[in-house]
Design a binder for this molecule. Structure first.
Ligand code: ADP
Ligand code: MG
Length: 374
């Protein structure tokens, strides 16, 4: 136990701006009658992204005299500015952080990451304080249980991701950066699982990182003119890759399809049965390119180049050119690696998520009822 009188040298005071009221789940402003402070000791850095740095911290709350292990995500984007005469410096907030704070403080779903405090660090950075998760999905590969129960785990993980995204859609948002690194898990193997719906998979999934989240105007089906500098390249939907500036929430469905493929790759890597197989390298490289054109052609190489019937808008796309190679669907890679990992029903679901024509990509609430999940 850390005695608050024996403060470690690196323990710093963070000003709490908003705090979640545990009984109502809503956030209260904490700056009436002076700020509330918590003492924070950084244990280690656990993530570093475009807009911030994530640390594992030990927090002491003087109000409750409790110590807790937490995670803080510190946002950074500029020189701190002085906001009052009381020597209080704070960084100007940008629209991405504002959206992320907005989402994090409003959402309430078991499969979405939530926070319990919004704070300002001693050097004026905005940060969100939240529970520690065991890691993001790229780390699942190291876990023994996952190695032994991959099929059930992939199915349960996919269901939880879909449910999180359906909730986001219901709240009027699209995520725009769904990928393994932005999906966190907690291993419940050694915890009380009384309310846990998935006996064959002990991983609780939480969708995170709402930096690129945006509001969907009107119905989720309506296309909006939005920026195309969204979605990490290997999870970017085909319409955005080809330069369509109007898109809708179905770009998240595409990314979830890519997550499906990435999970299969993790499974096959853990199995290690294809290690010496040269075609396996080809499969590992699929949907794993370094630029937009390579990613587009990679997708065509796996799924076949879209025909006019499949996607009438294809040849009208900004980055379409007639010399693009015409591939057939790659049944060899699909039947050798994908199908054995997720079965016929899983394959059907995957192809629905990766429908070329965004209008033909079924909404997530329908995909959530797909026979793969029964
Ligand atoms: N609550 C958490 N528990 C454990 N790890 C986390 C947590 N939040 C973030 N991380 C780790 O930090 C990384 C970066 O966090 P993220 O919110 O995605 O920020 P960025 O916008 O910088 O990508 C994640 O990929 C994950 O590995
Ligand atoms: Mg991230």
């Amino acid at each position: 136990m850390c005695d608050s009188k024996q403060k470690s040298v690196s323990e710093l005071q963070y000003s709490v701006i908003y705090e979640k009221d545990q009984s109502s789940s809503s956030f209260r402003i904490k700056n009436t009658n002076g700020f509330k402070y918590v003492n924070c000791h950084k244990i280690k850095k656990i993530g570093n992204g475009t807009y911030g740095t994530v640390y594992l911290v030990k927090v002491h709350d003087p109000e409750t005299n409790q110590n807790e292990i937490k995670v803080v995500k510190e946002f950074s984007f500029g020189e701190p500015i002085q906001v009052s005469k009381s020597n209080f410096y704070v960084e100007p907030i940008n629209e991405y952080t504002l959206t992320e704070m907005d989402v994090l403080t409003k959402m309430n779903h078991i499969n979405l990451l939530t926070i319990d405090k919004v704070c300002i660090t001693p050097v004026g950075k905005w940060c969100a304080m939240m529970d520690y998760m065991d890691g993001d999905l790229t780390r699942l590969i190291n876990l023994n249980y996952f190695a032994e129960n991959q099929m059930n785990c992939i199915q349960s993980i996919m269901k939880q991701i879909i449910e999180a995204t359906i909730y986001l859609v219901q709240q009027g948002y699209m995520h725009r950066d769904i990928k393994l690194e932005n999906i966190l898990f907690r291993d419940l193997s050694n915890s009380d699982k009384s309310n846990w719906p998935s006996p064959t998979c002990p991983y609780l999934i939480k969708l995170a990182d709402f930096n690129l989240c945006t509001r969907v105007l009107g119905s989720s089906n309506k296309v909006q003119k939005l920026g195309t500098l969204v979605q990490t390249l290997n999870y970017r939907s085909i319409e955005i890759l080809l330069g369509h500036e109007q898109y809708n929430g179905s770009i998240d469905t595409w990314s979830i399809g890519c997550v499906f493929i990435q999970l299969i790759k993790l499974v096959l890597k853990v199995n290690n049965i294809h290690a010496s197989d040269s075609m396996f390298k080809e499969f590992l490289n699929c949907l794993y390119a370094n630029d937009e054109l390579e990613q587009t052609l990679n997708i065509f190489y796996l799924l076949g180049t879209p025909t006019n019937e499949q996607w009438p808008e294809f040849t009208k796309s900004k980055y379409y050119f007639p010399q693009m190679p015409r591939y057939e669907k790659n049944d060899v890679l699909i039947n050798k690696y994908i199908k054995p990992s997720i079965g016929e029903k899983g394959l059907d679901l995957l192809f629905l998520m990766l429908e070329y024509d965004p209008y033909k990509r079924p909404p997530l609430y329908l995909l959530n009822k797909h026979p793969y999940f029964t």
